[in-house]
Each structure stands twice: as structure tokens, then as C-alpha cells.
Design a protein around this ligand. Structure first.
Ligand code: GLU
Length: 410
């Protein structure tokens, strides 16, 4: 199967061809600026030494300091981080926040570590990379397996070397220089652009059914926002399995169940099905909001939704993307659909740099404005150039990054 790194390159190449950029510019835009791989030894609670490998791949800095999350997952490798770093360059350009792109990660299953172990691992990682990150250089944020708490450790450890610098990382707890509304931002952004897309097809949220794969930060806040906007969400899932209820799942009840029991397992708001079955339900809208590479050439023919919203990074492989297009299934690409997170990360960074706090309503209004503007630009580009929404998003992003490269010179 195409890896996430290869997929990011293929999607870029396809659009770069349509954009008509030169081969040299193409290779400049595809080549990461810097790739860092570090060994991270740390002590387990039982006194044993564990060694993990960590990455920070800085893809492009033409439009500003590099920006992107940190992923703690046992699948993390250089290829995946490289692909995700490139996606960040295009994502920040699509929503037009003044950042470049980067991504980091540690190859570890954080569920196997206690909180103190996670803290020691994170601090040791910062010891290795503090010289290449920073508020004006490269600003990490949460991704899969990391949380506001992880970001607080990063800030604290970074400041031991560089002094007070809250803007060195975003997605921090609100009590520690984090922004109101950052945690909900990716899910909220997913909701905003999903409804904007449905409107273009003359559909309203009330008459539409949704299946959402993944109930982590992105999936749960997407589900909650859509539910409160009147959506009928017929299926949700997490690592323990999926739940189907054609009359609509009570999302607040599912959230309460997870808060008390830790997972969806045992939730009685619907019938248990598998994660694979969820992808192929006859819902109007399918929202993969968990891992990458879940819609592949093997199951693309079984997808029955008319719309696929890429709330996760890289959930649809390039082969599957072709097959979905042939079947007129509309895919809203990750670099637009899940850009609400990095947009509010930008608002957090601005507040940190200015020592000024915004209230929640300002964050939400500005997020809505940014996501709606980005959606409108992607939509009109796709109509004008007669290309898919993914290609349109890449065309916009490639144009913005290329202009910054050319204007800045070498
Ligand atoms: N990890 C998130 C993403 O993939 C957020 C990145 C950020 O806020 O910098 O977009």
C-alpha cells in the first residue's frame, strides 16, 4: 500500500503538474528543509531504561515559522512524519496563516507509559530538539497521542534553556498560556466546512445522516458540533469498535459514557458493529477522523456515502481517491477539512506573542471566518479549474508557497 509519505508526494505531484510549476521549484517544494532523528533514553517507573526514537521534520519555512503537531504512536516512522510535515505546509497555506510546515513524533504507544514516564520522555525529547524549535522557528502542537498536558511539559522544558517563551508551542492548557477554544477547534472547523460543502449541494444538516470514524479529539468535537447543529449521526467508533443507530446517536450520552468508562465499549445507545463496517454504511456523509490510510483501493468500491470529509490526516490513499472520484463521491481534503486546529494554534501564538488574551467568542468568530473563506476559495478554484476539491486546495497552497519562495529569493 502507498505509505502516507508517498501519498503526500503523489497528491502534490499531481497538482504541481496542473499548476505548471518548473521542475526545480517542484523539487524545492517537495524536499524537506531539515530532518531530525534523535535517540531518547528515559527511565521507566521500575528503574529500567527505555529507548525511543523521535523525529522532527521541518518541511518548508517560506511563509513563516514552521508549524505542526507531535504524534506519539507506535506506527510513527520517518516516512509518516515526512508526509505529515508536507501536509502542514499545504494546510497552513490553504487557510493562509503565516506559517510553514513541520511535524514530529515519537515511535511509542503512549498507553503503555505512565504519566510520569510520558513526562520524562517528553522532556528528554525537548532536550534533543530545543535548538531547532522556538516561537520564531518551529512551533509544535498536539496530534495523536499527545495533549495539552504534553504541550505544558514542552513549554516548561524549553523555557529552561531559552527563558519565558510561551509561543514556543501551541495547544497548551488554557491556564498556561493556551487559547480558549483550541481543544475543540479541529472538530469545529470540520463541522463548519462540512456544512458549507452540503450547502453547495442544496443539502441541509437536518436532512443528512453522518458516520464518524474515531472519537478522539477530532472525532468527538466534530460529532458534538454537528449534533448540536441538528445532524443525525448514525454511527461513531473508537478503538474498541463502532456503534450504529439509524435514528441518531445521543452524542452527549456517548461522551458521558467515555468520560466514565474510558471507551465506547458497553455504550448502549446503538448496535455494536465493526470499524470496517462503519466505513461502508449508507450514511450521506462519512467522516474518517482517526488514523491515515483507512480508505484504500481494497474498500473504496464499498464506500456508500456521497461525501467523505477527511478529518484525519491522509485517510484516503491516492488509489482510493481516484476510485472515489470515478464514482462521483465528493472528498473534502484533509488540508482544508482539519485545518481548524492549526488556525486556532495561530490565534494562540498571536496571543502569546502579544501577551494579550482573546475570549472564546472572538476565537470562534475568527475561526469561522477563516474556515469559511478557505472553503469558498477552494470551492471556486475547483469550479474555475474543473478539478477535484483536493487538487483545488493544493493549487491554492502551491501558488501561495511558490510566491513566497520566489518573492523571498535565495
Ligand atoms: N496536529 C494538528 C494538525 O495536523 C495541529 C497542528 C498545529 O496546531 O500546529 O493539523
Amino acid at each position: 500500500m502507498t505509505s502516507l509519505g508517498q501519498a503526500a508526494e503523489l497528491f502534490f505531484e499531481e497538482s504541481a503538474k496542473i499548476a505548471g510549476i518548473s521542475d526545480s521549484l517542484k523539487s524545492l517544494l517537495i524536499t524537506p528543509h531539515r530532518e531530525t532523528r534523535v535517540e531518547i533514553p528515559f527511565l521507566k517507573d521500575n528503574g529500567e531504561l527505555q529507548i525511543c526514537i523521535g523525529y522532527r521534520i521541518q518541511h518548508n519555512r517560506a511563509r513563516g515559522p514552521m508549524k505542526g503537531g507531535l504524534r506519539y504512536h507506535h506506527h510513527v516512522d520517518a516516512d509518516e512524519v515526512r508526509g505529515l510535515a508536507a501536509l502542514m505546509t499545504w494546510k497552513t497555506a490553504v487557510v493562509d496563516v503565516p506559517f510553514g510546515g513541520a511535524k514530529g513524533g515519537i515511535t511509542v504507544d503512549p498507553r503503555t507509559l505512565s504519566i510520569p514516564e510520558q513526562e520524562r520522555l517528553t522532556r528528554r525529547f525537548v532536550d534533543e530538539i530545543h535548538d531547532i524549535i522556538g516561537p520564531d522557528r518551529d512551533i509544535p502542537a498536539p496530534d495523536m497521542g499527545t495533549s495539552p498536558r504534553t504541550m505544558a511539559w514542552i513549554m516548561n522544558q524549553y523555557q529552561k534553556f531559552h527563558g519565558f517563551s510561551p509561543g514556543c508551542v501551541t495547544g497548551k492548557p488554557v491556564e498556561l498560556y493556551g487559547a480558549q477554544g483550541r481543544t475543540e477547534a479541529t472538530g469545529r472547523g470540520v463541522g463548519i466546512v462540512t456544512l458549507a460543502l452540503l450547502r453547495q449541494f442544496g443539502k441541509s444538516v437536518e436532512g443528512t445522516s453522518f458516520a464518524i470514524q474515531g472519537f478522539g479529539n477530532v472525532g468527538s468535537f466534530s460529532a458534538a458540533w454537528l449534533y448540536h447543529s441538528g445532524a443525525r449521526i448514525i454511527a461513531i467508533s473508537d478503538i474498541s469498535g463502532a456503534i450504529l443507530n439509524r435514528d441518531g446517536i445521543d452524542i452527549p450520552a456517548a461522551q458521558r459514557h467515555i468520560e466514565t468508562s474510558g471507551s465506547l465499549e458497553g455504550f448502549d445507545g446503538g448496535k455494536a458493529i465493526s470499524n470496517e463496517d462503519l466505513l461502508c454504511l449508507d450514511a450521506d456523509v462519512l467522516i474518517p477522523a482517526a488514523l491515515g490510510n483507512v480508505i484504500t483501493k481494497d474498500n473504496a468500491a464499498d464506500i456508500r456515502a456521497g461525501f467523505v470529509i477527511e478529518a484525519a490526516n491522509g485517510p484516503v490513499t491516492p488509489e482510493a481517491d481516484q476510485l472515489l472520484q470515478q464514482r462521483n463521491i465528493v472528498v473534502l481534503p484533509d488540508i482544508l477539512a482539519n485545518a481548524g486546529g492549526v488556525t486556532v494554534s495561530y490565534f494562540e501564538w498571536v496571543q502569546n506573542q502579544q501577551y494579550f488574551r482573546w475570549d472564546l467568542s472572538r476565537v470562534r468568530e475568527e475561526l469561522e471566518r477563516s474556515m469559511t473563506r478557505a472553503f469558498d476559495q477552494v470551492w471556486s478554484t475547483s469550479r474555475e479549474r474543473d478539478v477535484s476539491l483536493r487538487t483545488a486546495a493544493y493549487l491554492l497552497a502551491i501558488d501561495r508557497v511558490s510566491r513566497a519562495v520566489e518573492l523571498g529569493g535565495f
